[in-house]
Design a protein around this ligand. Structure first.
Ligand SMILES: Cc1ncc(COP(=O)(O)O)c(C=O)c1O
Length: 398
């Protein structure tokens, strides 16, 4: 089915519903996107009511509404609500999944050069603690993932494939369904970091074939900070060790034993901020109502236009490589540190971020990059904003 591009009236409406767009050009959606006003309103209203009626009382009153969060997230990734656990962020979600796996010395984990620092630290920690072996698959010269190399790296000791859908400091997209096909063929557990892709790219865990998926709320989903979730495939749930417990992890307890609840909420803390949960829910609902396929089409359009315009400027090098690129645009200005670019653009009310080597260490080391400018666009960003950013870059630096 053909995807209908957004028309100007729709883009204007998205912007009118996002207070922050009136104030500045926000090209840091990969850091934390601007939330739609309704997300902020939902949280503030809930907090106000909570202060009047009491936290537990409000939770009881809004139980069904709060539970609906799992349902909407399940819809977002084509899973079931009982496969979703709410977390504080993507690193927490990834850690629950990874640290729940029972590793033995010599077990092999295959990852990619695009793996995020939190995940890399988890892998290195398991290397220290259990003696696992980390194998890294790099992209080819054109910046594309090598599925053949992944398959060739698999041995009888391979316990896990850990991949990051979209890296923190580059604009390429990993072929996660192709990776999933390899994982399924060899019956290897597959943990996917979808931190930067959720809300940007349509996600379908059944089509991807992953066992676990970690997401944050504040980036392309446009949810609140301190929100995220973990998907754990039903059949995987009993295979993961539980590391943390509270009264809601179990359905029963006596002095000798306990019974773990039969869903993914066993991985979730009971105590959390319900206002943030509802904020995340609103953000997911907002994205679903717009349509993630339309969002993805628009993000690619805006980012590609931006890369083309940057490419026309002498003194700017765009780093993104690969057949499939996303809303993260990375570049350097010759002779100017990225921190200076960020500071000077910020003075013009333009938000960009810095991509550090440590965030995507294998890739950045291989490319000899550190401190690059990361300008990440979303569907509500406009062609005019791109022109203005390019104008400022030209007049300040070139
Ligand atoms: C690719 C990727 N994975 C994981 C994370 C971690 O997300 P969080 O900060 O929500 O833990 C980030 C954060 O920037 C990221 O870019």
């Amino acid at each position: 089915m053909e995807i209908q591009p957004f028309n100007e009236a729709e883009i204007s409406a998205f912007r009118a519903e996002t207070a922050g767009t009136a104030e500045r050009i926000h090209f840091n959606n990969a850091g934390a996107s601007l939330p739609p006003d309704v997300v902020v309103r939902t949280m503030v209203d809930f907090l106000r009511e909570e202060a009047l009626y009491g936290g537990y009382e409000m939770e009881a009153r809004h139980r069904n509404r709060l539970d609906h969060t799992h349902t909407l997230i399940a819809q977002l990734i084509n899973s079931n609500p009982d496969e979703i656990a709410l977390t504080e962020n993507a690193s927490a979600a990834w850690d629950i999944a990874f640290n729940g796996l029972p590793f033995q010395p010599g077990d092999e984990v295959i990852t990619t050069e695009m793996e995020y620092i939190s995940n890399m630290l988890g892998l290195l920690n398991a290397q220290k603690l259990y003696g696992i072996v980390i194998k890294m698959i790099s992209n080819d010269a054109a910046g594309n993932f090598q599925t053949d190399a992944l398959e060739a790296a698999i041995t009888p000791r391979t316990k896990l494939i850990a991949a990051t859908h979209i890296p923190s400091t580059a604009g390429n997209v990993l072929p996660v369904a192709a990776i999933g096909k390899v994982a399924r063929k060899h019956n290897i557990v597959y943990l996917l970091d979808a931190c930067q892709s959720a809300g940007q790219i349509p996600l379908n865990v059944a089509a991807i074939g992953c066992d676990m998926l970690a997401v944050t709320g504040r980036k392309y989903l446009r949810g609140p900070r301190g929100s995220g979730f973990l998907y754990v495939r039903k059949a995987m749930q009993d295979k993961l060790k539980l590391m943390c417990f509270d009264g809601r992890t179990v359905t029963s307890i006596d002095t000798q034993n306990f019974t773990v609840r039969p869903d993914a909420r066993r991985f979730e803390w009971y105590e959390k901020n319900p206002a943030v949960v509802l904020g995340l829910q609103k953000a997911v609902e907002y994205a679903l109502n717009i349509g993630i396929d339309r969002i993805w089409q628009r993000v690619r359009h805006v980012a590609s236009l931006f890369r083309n315009r940057l490419g026309e400027l002498d003194g700017i090098t765009v780093h993104d490589q690969g057949d499939e690129l996303c809303g993260i645009v990375t570049f350097s200005v010759t002779g100017i540190p990225a921190t200076e670019v960020r500071t000077k653009l910020a003075a013009k009310n333009i938000n960009v971020h810095i991509g550090l080597a440590k965030s995507t260490l294998y890739y950045m080391n291989r490319k000899g990059l550190d401190g690059i400018v990361r300008a990440s666009v979303h569907y509500y960003n406009t062609e005019e904003e791109i022109e203005q950013v390019c104008r400022e870059l030209r007049s300040i630096f070139l």
